[in-house]
Design a protein around this ligand. Structure first.
Ligand SMILES: [Zn+2]
Length: 268
């Protein structure tokens, strides 16, 4: 996965004001390897000082931790600051493999850590998470508080994350327009024999979820199914499973995952 240069467009879909921080499209600790989750933070910044006084810290870092610290900042007014398109140092060590720095997007919302949250800021927070879920094909359950995926963190304070996720889930399904499947398929590559990429893992996961991975497929691997699912290599065994799936779905069984096969694999 490259730098996530679509993040400003995703933010604008919330309807809340967006500020693009100069240079954000190339800012990051290298590109973002993948997006499997979203982590919500509070800045623990000053209680006053304007709408988003923590911008410089989130962008540039602090002593002992280089910036960027998060992809997004969220002001008290609901204004969304797009800060980085690459990997950010916002959650380490993570207790969830789907929410570490290489696998997740971070949002740093301005709050001292004890002051009340303005409703407009919470509204923008939920909307941004929902739009990110839509963009990256994630369920609302992948939205986590920092305190839920790190043992030493309290943020974001006083937000009931079950209520928050329920509201995000409604936003994900409530909008009209093309489904996330249709949107995401446009950006997915062809996967064929010999390829090696993170998208191969998606193919493996979808085949498994659809019941097209018999135990014999991973019997030869030392760690079994888990290792099989993590492999980024499109080998001949995987191609045969793709062919089987295609035949079951009535798709031309060429063993290549492309525009004709991705929608069936991703169907929810
Ligand atoms: Zn945090």
């Amino acid at each position: 996965m490259p730098y996530l240069t679509q993040l400003a467009d995703v933010a604008r879909r919330t309807g809340h004001p967006v500020t693009e921080s100069a240079g954000w499209k190339t800012r990051g600790h290298g590109p973002q390897p993948e997006v499997q989750g979203i982590v919500c933070h509070h800045t623990a910044g000053p209680p006053g000082g304007g709408d988003y006084p923590s911008l410089a810290v989130v962008r540039d870092g602090r002593p002992g931790l280089d910036g960027p610290l998060s992809h997004f900042g969220l002001g008290r007014s609901g204004r969304i600051h797009v800060i980085a398109a690459g990997r950010c140092w916002h959650n380490a060590p993570s207790t969830s493999p789907l929410h570490d720095n290489s696998s997740s997007i971070g949002i740093e919302a301005e709050n001292s850590g004890s002051q009340p949250w303005p409703e407009v800021q919470l509204d923008a927070y939920r909307s941004l998470c929902a739009e990110l879920c839509v963009e990256f094909g994630l369920p609302a359950s992948r939205v986590k508080a920092h305190r839920e995926v790190n043992t030493a963190k309290p943020d974001p304070h006083s937000i009931d994350m079950n209520d928050f996720r329920a509201a995000v889930a409604v936003l994900i399904t409530g909008g009209a327009g093309p489904s996330w499947t249709e949107e995401i398929v446009k950006d997915l590559p062809l996967i064929r024999l010999g390829d090696d990429s993170y998208d191969v893992k998606t193919v493996r996961g979808c085949l498994f979820a659809r019941g097209h991975v018999p135990p014999t497929a991973y019997a030869g691997t030392t760690a079994g199914l888990e290792e099989w699912l993590k492999s980024t290599s499109c080998d001949s065994g995987l191609v045969e499973l793709v062919r089987g799936f295609q035949r079951a779905e009535g798709i031309d069984d060429d063993g290549i995952v492309g525009p004709g096969t991705w929608p069936s694999l991703l169907r929810v």
